[in-house]
Design a protein around this ligand. Structure first.
Ligand SMILES: [Zn+2]
Length: 492
């Protein structure tokens, strides 16, 4: 038995002004995966875990590339085609192959390809033939299409948001694929369109309970796997939206019935599971309420989260902090490579007059002119992201500087990266626990590491590339015959 593994992932915000180019992809190749580069330890752990599981079953294991780009706007057509074709060439060279395992995202949109994952999987099927098993792991912020399901044998999607279960789901997918290839099971899949849009953090109720219920049903009565595709609301493609996926052991009616039953149950929770951010001004006016707590109020600047493809150089939050005279505050991370370069060259202790952020267009607001002191410089800084049952993943932020102006510590970086850990402050000797207020450009992935040090966590909506009010997003391809445009699209 021979297994082929590859990864190609990004999440495309079709409203973002940033193109995703070939240079934006971090590409690891099989030959790198034995190298001991601690910066990518978590990535290698994923590949190496699957490699070990394959070898334990006595399989040959061939790894192709693993490519990932920080979310941004449309992927340039040639970039997608170049990576896809390299992967397919590796697959052809590895033939005959019995099992293909693909680590994708599910919301990659390239110029000319609304469904990159469907396109890739169809081409893989063409090469391996109908008898090989194809398994796909997706991020829950995917556009789950019937085209993809038609080509794959098993699809398993992350269940947790924040995504702390990437490796756990990969292990499950491997086990299902291997059992299918060995003839022990025959996976069949059914999809149900929940006809709704939203963002659903799994750390709070009733979402937590729903995820727990999905997990409790797995492994019983022929149910092999259950996934909820949350969808990615800033991808303007026809298949955007929430979908329920059930995989059973050769029982199509059961998969269909359960997918519909769970899908309708989730739809019934629609008013309670979405993130529901508050306007930035409302959130900032509440900071004073927590002055006596001795802990910071943490504010997620969700509209400018580079993890969702936003530029990460918007200034609405920084400007509001300055206008309100909020001091003992920290904000991270504003993408501005020009500022980083100037501050780096000036060095720690230098006092500078800088024009910060606001470069990428109207959705970033105007630049902020501010006199600052450089309080820290870090070459290619990294931050850690916790994973269930594994070492934290170390993710690079590019060259990064800490600036202090009018009582606000501003972290500025050169490589757009969402904030995942208070290390983005503490790496510079800034104690985040002693601030009154911390603003982080992230939607939800910051939460696990920041909640323990926070007096309160607020999600703030401002102008930007990830406007959290779906009815204001200028879709051209997404059909709006769903919630929240209609409160009950099933009842019509
Ligand atoms: Zn995601």
């Amino acid at each position: 038995m021979k297994m082929f593994w590859a990864g190609l992932a990004t999440e495309t915000n079709t409203f973002s002004p940033f193109p995703t180019t070939i240079a934006d992809f971090q590409v690891l190749r099989a030959s790198d995966s034995d190298a001991d580069d601690p910066q990518f330890s978590g990535w290698f752990e994923g590949i190496n875990t699957i490699k070990k599981m394959a070898r334990e079953r006595g399989y040959d294991f061939v790894a192709s590339l693993s490519a990932f780009a920080e979310p941004a706007g449309y992927t340039v057509r040639s970039a997608y085609e170049q990576l896809r074709d390299e992967l397919l060439a590796d697959l052809k060279a590895a033939m005959p192959v019995d099992i293909v395992m693909l680590d994708l995202h599910g919301a990659m949109v390239a110029q000319g390809y609304d469904d990159c994952e469907g396109d890739l999987t169809a081409r893989v099927r063409e090469i391996v033939g109908k008898d090989a098993r194809i398994g796909v792991e997706l991020d829950l912020h995917c556009h789950l299409t019937q085209d993809l399901l038609d080509q794959a044998d098993v699809v398993v999607i992350y269940k947790e948001y924040p995504h702390v279960d990437v490796l756990e789901r990969a292990k499950e997918l491997f086990a299902l694929l291997a059992d299918a290839a060995e003839g022990k099971i025959k996976p069949v899949m059914a999809l149900f369109d929940c006809r709704m849009v939203g963002l659903f953090p799994t750390t709070r109720q009733p979402m937590r309970g729903f995820v727990d219920e999905m997990m409790a049903l797995e492994g019983q009565d022929g149910v092999l796997s259950i996934s909820l595709a949350h969808g990615f609301p800033w991808g303007d493609v026809a298949d955007m939206g929430v979908r329920m996926l059930v995989v059973t052991d050769n029982d199509v009616p059961k998969a269909q019935t359960l997918a519909e039953q769970l899908g309708r149950k989730f739809f019934a929770l629609r008013h309670d599971v979405d993130q529901q951010p508050s306007p930035l001004a409302d959130v900032l006016s509440r900071v004073a309420d927590y002055a006596e707590s001795g802990k910071p109020v943490v504010i997620a600047d969700i509209t400018d989260n580079p993890g969702g493809g936003a530029p990460s150089d918007s200034t609405f939050a920084l400007k509001a902090l300055l206008e309100r005279g909020i001091t003992d505050a920290g904000i991270a991370m504003i993408w501005d490579p020009v500022v980083v370069d100037i501050a780096k060259r000036a060095g720690v202790g230098a006092k500078l007059q800088l024009r910060i952020g606001g470069k990428m267009g109207p959705m970033s607001g105007d630049p902020v002119d501010l006199e600052v002191e450089v309080i820290g410089v870090a070459a290619n800084m990294a931050q850690e992201f916790e994973q269930q049952g594994a070492e934290p993943v170390k993710l690079p932020c590019g060259d990064t500087v800490a600036l202090r102006g009018r009582g606000i510590d501003i972290i500025v970086n050169s490589s757009r990266t969402q904030v995942l850990s208070p290390q983005v402050f503490s790496n510079f000797g800034i104690d985040p626990t002693r601030k009154r207020c911390l603003v982080v450009k992230s939607t939800q992935h910051f939460y696990a590491a920041f909640a323990p040090i926070a007096s309160a966590v607020f999600y703030a909506g401002a102008p930007g590339a990830l406007v959290p009010y779906y009815q204001q997003i200028p879709y051209r391809n997404v059909r709006t015959d769903k919630y929240p445009w209609l409160d009950d699209p099933f009842g019509l």
